[in-house]
Design a protein around this ligand. Structure first.
Ligand code: ADP
Length: 233
């Protein structure tokens, strides 16, 4: 479970996240939706413990900067940053050692097979295309079988096969009780995946809906999105 309470992040005087409070339950997939600049990446980086912020963030009851929280967190950044001089397989090995995983090899091979990285196993990080680098990030995040998984714009730059496979993988993680948070500026891209959506604008959450609510009321989510994000000041 992810608990974000009164999260405020300023870059100097600019408020990128303005008092965000939200919760995502075990086995729930939440989407942070909003246009470019809404503050989605900032929120994800704060949750991942990469930025200083005001407020409180807990991952399964652990403050997000503790080692207990880091052990259960998988994070796929918007811009992949593989190690230039490690091969694809060495990335898996590095993560396995850092997280002290046991019997991880079969799982690593299976993740690589599903994302079509097997024939790139011995290629260096710097020799890979952006999409392949993105796939390494996904494999690394999933290898540890995290309880909380953060995806910053995960589908940008992936090929259709990888998108299909990733959506299947997300479903499997969800079934195991993983809490998943995905940021996107394209609501269509996460159709069929989400349980809860937060629509962000100017650093604030302007609306929250669950899938059940939207199905019951028949509300058009796209219209809601544009009514918030294209509102005239
Ligand atoms: P999103 O992910 O929704 O596109 P971001 O969280 O990346 O939005 O950015 C939110 C706002 O914060 C934007 O106006 C952006 O220009 C600003 N911002 C992001 N990172 C920095 C930074 N390192 N320094 C200053 N401003 C930043």
């Amino acid at each position: 479970m992810l608990n974000v309470s009164h999260l405020t992040k300023k870059y100097h005087k600019f408020v990128a996240n303005d008092n965000l409070t939200f919760m995502v339950k075990d086995g729930e997939t939440a989407v942070l939706a909003g246009p470019n600049g809404a503050g989605k990446s900032t929120a994800i980086k704060c949750i991942a413990g990469l930025l200083r912020f005001d407020g409180e963030i807990e991952l399964c009851g652990h403050k997000n900067k503790t080692i207990e929280a880091k052990k259960i967190l998988g994070y796929v950044p918007e811009i992949p940053a593989p190690f230039e001089l490690l091969t694809v397989w060495e990335h898996m090995e590095f993560i396995a050692r850092a997280y002290q995983l046991e019997d991880w090899q079969d799982r690593a091979n299976e993740l690589m097979r599903r994302l079509e990285l097997t024939d790139k196993k011995d290629k260096l990080g710097k020799e890979l295309s952006k999409g392949m680098q993105q796939k390494i990030s996904i494999c690394c995040a999933m290898l540890i079988e995290p309880k909380i998984l953060l995806f910053d714009e995960p589908l940008v730059g992936l090929d259709p096969h990888a998108i299909k496979e990733l959506k299947l993988m997300l479903g499997e993680m969800k079934a195991k009780g993983t809490t998943i948070v995905i940021s996107t500026h394209m609501l269509d891209s996460v159709e069929g995946v989400w349980d809860r959506v937060f629509i962000m604008m100017n650093g604030r959450i302007e609306a929250e809906r669950t899938r059940v609510q939207v199905e019951e009321t028949g509300e058009n989510l796209e219209e809601l999105f544009f009514s918030i994000t294209e509102k005239k000041e």
